[in-house]
Each structure stands twice: as structure tokens, then as C-alpha cells.
Design a protein around this ligand. Structure first.
Ligand SMILES: O=c1ccn([C@H]2C[C@H](O)[C@@H](CO)O2)c(=O)[nH]1
Ligand SMILES: [Zn+2]
Length: 144
């Protein structure tokens, strides 16, 4: 399958996942799909709550579903996200940090909307200088 066909199908799966969003507070529905290197697909939508701080974005729903199914860093190949935005949707900082932990910096991220518009970027471009814990020995030395 060509790269273009893969991108188009990931964006269309993300649009389908978006229809399952639970977003009664913001009324802003988002859909995502993450593809693993071995070809599995995990879809996600945003899930809101009356306690607003508990709202979970579509991107994290998809990535957490994959982790819950046993996926680990190194297993992910691509992520697509869509929302009803004029241009490509822009993932929030929390999702960028989660992507940075679970996905390779070079992993493609497709950002789309409900139309033809989309942009291809990477996890590393979305969050340069992502926070990471120091190696265990360094953390212990720093704690003195
Ligand atoms: O990239 C994004 C941006 C926002 N949201 C969700 C969070 C919240 O439910 C709603 C409004 O911010 O959209 C996502 O799922 N992904
Ligand atoms: Zn987010």
C-alpha cells in the first residue's frame, strides 16, 4: 500500500472514531487512531466528564488502549488525529508529552480535519525537548 493510501485510511478511521466522542461539555469531538508496526489499529475519541479535569483526549485514549492491549514503546508506527477544525487539528501539550514517551521521535503523526486538509508531522517536531526522567542511577545521585 502506498504512503498516501495509508494516510488516507488512517485519517478516515480517525474520523469514524470521532463519531464516538463523548463531548457534551465542549461539543468538540476528536478522533484518533494509532497503527502498530505489526499492523494493529487502536482507535480513540475524547471522553469528557462533568469534573472537567478528567477529560481525556482522543490521542491519549487511542495510545492508552494500545498500551492496555500490550503495546510498548517501539511498537508504534503512525498516529492520525482529526477534528472539525478549519485547518489540521493541533494536539494539546499533554498528548504531545504522552506521544513523546511512547512513540519514536521520527514517528509520523497525521493531523487532519473533516475535509481534505491534512498535515504530516512527527512526534519529535510536535514536542522538542520532551521531559524524560533521568536514568535511575543519575536520579539517585541527584537526590543525594
Ligand atoms: O487534540 C485534541 C484537542 C482537544 N481534544 C479534546 C479535549 C476536550 O474533550 C475537547 C476540548 O478541548 O477536545 C482532543 O481530544 N484532542
Ligand atoms: Zn490532548
Amino acid at each position: 500500500m502506498s504512503a498516501t493510501a495509508t494516510s488516507a485510511s488512517l485519517l478516515s478511521l480517525a474520523r469514524r472514531a470521532r463519531e464516538r466522542a463523548w463531548a457534551p461539555y465542549s461539543r468538540f469531538a476528536v478522533g484518533a487512531v494509532v497503527q502498530t508496526r505489526d499492523g494493529r489499529l487502536f482507535e480513540g475519541c475524547n471522553v469528557e466528564n462533568a469534573a472537567y479535569g478528567l477529560c481525556n483526549c482522543a490521542e491519549r485514549t487511542a495510545l492508552f488502549a494500545a498500551v492496555a492491549a500490550g503495546c510498548r514503546p517501539g511498537d508504534f508506527a503512525a498516529l492520525a488525529v482529526v477534528a472539525d477544525t478549519p485547518g489540521p487539528v493541533s494536539p494539546c501539550g499533554a498528548c504531545r508529552q504522552v506521544m513523546a514517551e511512547l512513540c519514536d521521535a521520527a514517528m509520523p503523526v497525521l493531523l487532519g480535519n473533516l475535509g481534505e486538509t491534512h498535515e504530516a508531522t512527527t512526534v519529535g517536531a510536535l514536542l522538542p525537548g520532551a521531559f524524560r526522567l533521568p536514568a535511575r542511577g543519575e536520579a539517585l545521585a541527584g537526590a543525594g
